[in-house]
Design a protein around this ligand. Sequence first.
Ligand code: NAD
Ligand code: GLY
Length: 365
Amino acid sequence: MTSHTVEINLGSRSYPILIGENLLEQAGLINTHTSSKVMVVTNETVAPLYLQKVLDALGNTPKSSVVLPDGEAFKNLETLDTIYDGLLREGFDRGCTIIALGGGVIGDMAGFAAASYQRGVRFIQIPTTLLAQVDSSVGGKTAVNHPLGKNMIGAFHQPVAVYADMSVLGTLPDREFKAGLAEIIKYGFIIDKTFFGWLEKNIGELLARNSSAIAQAVKRSCEIKADVVAADEFERGQRALLNFGHTFGHAIEAGMGYGNWLHGEAISAGMVMALDMSHRCGLIDQSVCRRGSDLLAAAGLPVLPPPQINKSTFLQYMLRDKKVIDGSLRLILLDSIGQAIVSDNFDPEMLHATLEHFDAQAADI
Ligand code: NAD
Ligand code: GLY
């Protein structure tokens, strides 16, 4: 497989996303982006698989590591504190670099530690899940959860480089792989109709882990995300499109207890709900809803929310979403496949109708 580099153009905060095989083994590559002292943040699942490779690739650079417990349930301030403890105990100063080695949970936490430690230090993303390679490692959103809401405490802090090593996906469990497909499919829905069609044709190849199909999907996803972020780094407008399905999905994740539904699974059901609402608002035909949920179902993803999350639970969490500004909820709806819109003037009755529709479906299960 040939390697690709996708540039993310943010002026002085620009950086490359390297996509290729065996990037972790390429000693010196990571070193080109690091400074004096490096802290690798990872978790207890990823550490035995890849930590030594990264430490080896760093050569003589002074380095240390923090191994966190695994899971969304640990993406909180208490776990974050253990990263600060490690940095302080070992005398890391402002010149250091933090490397996030793991999925989106590690990337978001290590990134927030980098954003806040001594008011900000450099960091590198080495995403090891499909979801992290196509989404969370790119764009500089970092955060931890609060019991009352997903990603409620965080900062924008761009990495200096992203290394998406396709080889590490070989150890990723199928359920996690499918969760990553949800964010890939999201890019087709919101921006790129041709890519959506390509995904419909190639979903079988992706599920069979065809490495060139995966690399193509990762590259196109990173290109789309890089363009969106370059145009609106701090989400003053169009970047919100990347949250298609997320307002519903975050309510599922928080309402079910973090970690019970994977992020990608919750986003999949959330996208189906957003499609339903787009239809009720007169934006898309029922056939588009069906086409969307068919692709998600073909990817082995949930197309209904869990029965435990009813209308009132959804509303409770949705009104705490970060897309609520001055008390009004903004939702991402679909105008057509390949074109999403940010809507803050939808008829609230349509939201209620969507939530009631899925309440009724859940009751049928
Ligand atoms: P995750 O980080 O929990 O990783 C999933 C599981 O896979 C974990 O058990 C992990 O230890 C394991 N794992 C990771 N790499 C592996 C590998 N190569 N082989 C075997 N096991 C491996 O979950 P995720 O789906 O990567 O990320 C979800 C998180 O990302 C959520 O917290 C979500 O909010 C966040 N997110 C952030 C952004 C952003 O822009 N910052 C975007 C999307 C999602
Ligand atoms: N995952 C949404 C964003 O990066 O903006």
